[in-house]
Write a protein that binds this ligand. Structure first.
Ligand code: AMP
Length: 394
């Protein structure tokens, strides 16, 4: 890892331009979920206790380079102040920040207005990055969830100042490195969710890296169909059959065992409480659909976890929002959580619905690390370089 942590920087008396993700949900001017704000507290504290002055830089919504009042970060200030326990000085414009004297910086923590109000941000404009860089002495990136974007405040700026990763970025990168960079083997991965087509790069990367790959959810149907099994009226991308076979061949060549459902829970309707039954994976009738993995499959998945030291999880094993089709996701998540608690398994999960599914299963707490970064986590799992992380490497 070529990036520095806050501990390796001399922050005393320095203004630390700190890129954070505080893109929180807001309803009528009130923050309804403060998770993202809470997660930046350790970074802000670390800067303050080292004698630095954090100037927070963040985006909020998608204003596309224009000033949109409804997307002002001003409305986040009260929630930020209460999470940090410090007063926060809001800086409305870049010009205002540039004109600000040391004395005018009254508060311990400064917050810049939504950086995406400026077109230079998403354009990764070097001149715009230089203007932001001019506001401080050190750049700290704590927004892993924005690291898959090459924007001025995530990428270009890192090349202009001494830079480091914030606490959250550091935790995220260390967890990911432990899971896929230099993991304890054997490594198992779960990839579930609706469609193969949205997770092609992910599957392609994982079969070359993990020892066992559990494929679940709607995308497992595509693999079953590609093996010649009938999947009735299940969610299935029949046109992806060749791709599914290629992934299986690549896995075979790499020594990666693919675990597909051997039994499935079927129903005639996609609705809560619909009458359902478990049948072998080859026995889905024409008028039924596969909505979850069966008990035999769950046992095989659990056995794969037991035989592994590391687990990476993205996506549900069934239509988990609807009972009883959350059974396989809940059971496997609970088993992974139990193995993690005993210290036998390092478990890392993230991306989209995964956090919701593991929360619903009551397993999230026990996992070694849950990434709240959707797109960035997936791109990292796909083996892609993240511009915001690359730029921190010195
Ligand atoms: P994704 O966003 O690709 O991770 O997919 C998650 C969605 O896939 C969830 O809304 C699940 O309900 C859905 N899903 C998982 N398994 C199935 C299935 N067998 N049939 C239909 N939808 C499913």
């Amino acid at each position: 890892m070529g990036w520095k942590t806050l501990d390796e920087m001399d922050l005393a008396g320095k203004t630390v331009l700190t890129r954070v993700d505080i893109n929180v949900p807001v309803d009528n001017g009130r923050v309804t979920d403060t998770t993202r704000i809470d997660r930046i507290v350790p970074t802000v504290e670390a800067i303050l206790s080292a004698g630095g002055k954090p100037m927070l830089i963040a985006h909020f919504g998608r204003p596309k380079g224009k000033v949109v009042d409804a997307m002002s970060l001003r409305q986040i200030v009260p929630a930020l102040e209460s999470a940090l326990g410090h007063t926060v000085q809001f800086i409305e414009t870049l010009e205002g920040a540039e004109a600000m004297t040391e004395e005018a910086r009254a508060a311990e923590v400064l917050l810049m207005e939504n950086i995406r109000f400026y077109p230079g941000e998403e354009a990764n404009d070097p001149d715009f990055a230089a203007r932001i860089a001019g506001l401080g002495d050190i750049y700290c990136n704590d927004a892993f969830s924005a690291a898959h974007r090459a924007h001025a405040s995530t990428e270009a700026i890192a090349r202009l100042l001494p830079c480091c990763a914030g606490r959250l970025m550091q935790a995220e990168l260390q967890a990911l490195e432990k899971a896929l960079g230099a993991p304890k083997r054997p490594v198992a991965a779960v990839v579930g969710g609706a469609k193969v087509s949205t997770k092609l790069d992910l599957l392609g990367n994982l079969v070359g890296k993990v020892d066992k790959l559990v494929i679940g959810g709607g995308m497992a149907n595509t693999f079953l169909a590609a093996q010649g099994l009938s999947v009735g009226k299940s969610l299935c991308e029949h046109e992806m059959a060749d791709t599914a076979r290629e992934i299986m061949a690549k896995a075979g060549a790499a020594g990666c065992e693919i675990i597909l459902p051997s039994d499935v829970v079927i129903a005639k309707d996609f609705k809560a409480g619909a009458p359902s039954e478990t049948v072998p994976a080859h026995a889905c009738p024409d008028d039924a659909m596969i909505l979850d993995a069966g008990a035999g499959s769950i046992a095989r998945i659990n056995a794969a976890f037991e035989a592994s030291q590391t687990l990476i999880w993205n996506g549900p094993l069934g239509a988990f929002e609807i009972e009883p089709f959350d059974t396989a996701t809940n059971a496997a998540a609970a088993h992974a959580a139990a193995l993690t608690r005993t210290g036998k398994l390092t478990s890392v999960a993230g991306g989209g619905d995964t956090v919701a599914a593991l929360n619903q299963a009551g397993a999230a707490e026990a996992f070694t690390y849950i990434s709240t970064a959707g797109g960035a986590f997936l791109e990292w799992m796909e083996g892609k370089a993240l511009p915001g992380v690359e730029a921190l490497n010195t």
